[in-house]
Every structure is written in C-alpha cells, then in structure tokens.
Design a protein around this ligand. Sequence first.
Ligand code: CMP
Length: 148
Amino acid sequence: ALQLTLAVIKPDAIAHPVIAEAIHQTILDNNFVIVRCKDLVWKRQDSERFYAEHSERFFYQRLVEFMSSGPMRAYVLAREDAVRHWRDLMGPTKVFQARYTSPACIRARFGLTDTRNTTHGSDSPESAQREISFFFPDFNVEQWLKKE
Ligand code: CMP
C-alpha cells in the first residue's frame, strides 16, 4: 500500500555536500516522492525528546549530542511500502556490519560509526506518523493518505 515514512540525513552526512547529494539522489532513484523536505538544527532538548526511548542505552549521550551538533535534512517520503524500502536502502544501523553484509547500502557507503551513520528512517507506519508530526507539526498524515 501507499505509505509515508520519515527520513533524515544526519549531521555527519549534511556536513559533506557530496554525500548529502548522493543520498538525495538515491532517494530519487528509488521512486520515492518527496512530499516535504526541510533543513533544520536541533536543540539538545529536541534530540533528547526524539530519542527518549533510548535514554537508558550506553550510546544515548553521544547520540543526543551528535544529533544536535549541526544541520540535518528531514524528508517526508511517499511510495509503496515506503517504510521498508527506506530502511532497506539505509541498511543496518551498525556501519561495519553494513559494510560486510550489504556494501551497496547508504550506511555502508557513507557511514562513519554506529552513531554517525548518515541517516534515520521510521521503523513502522505508526512511528512514521509520530516522527513526521515531530519534524513537520503542520503535516497531517491521515489526511494526506486519504487524498491520494
Ligand atoms: P537511528 O536509526 O537514528 O536510531 C537510533 C540511533 O542510535 C541509531 O540510528 C544510531 O545513530 C544510534 N545507535 C544505535 N545503536 C548504536 C550503538 N550500538 N552505538 C552507537 N550508536 C548507536
């Protein structure tokens, strides 16, 4: 079915325009429609709120710091099965595992570490809805899907 997902190009990749452009091109090459796109910078609090579910993990502090360290780019993407397709394109969270198991994926190509792994993508349609509202408070997912 037609789905929306939230995709983010993280600060490590936005800091390198050639990499950000390559990721943008990968989105276009894979038949996603870009419904919304914006550049933004998070305050530390935004980062803490978005990743609250990870607050007990050992990597939380470095994740929160990294995600509020500079500009990033957020997209609302549409296509059939958008959630799964975007996650497949990103590949595994862990960059070194990604390089081994799926060298063509975005994280294998451009990721630096398990934290600085270039991209984020919603893990289900339900989290897509929550995450899209987080980044694009004026965007109504249900209404958009109804109109299509
Ligand atoms: P993301 O898809 O944004 O969801 C949670 C993020 O936490 C993840 O990508 C990584 O940036 C980070 N992360 C997940 N696991 C680890 C880990 N083992 N070590 C460091 N950072 C991690």
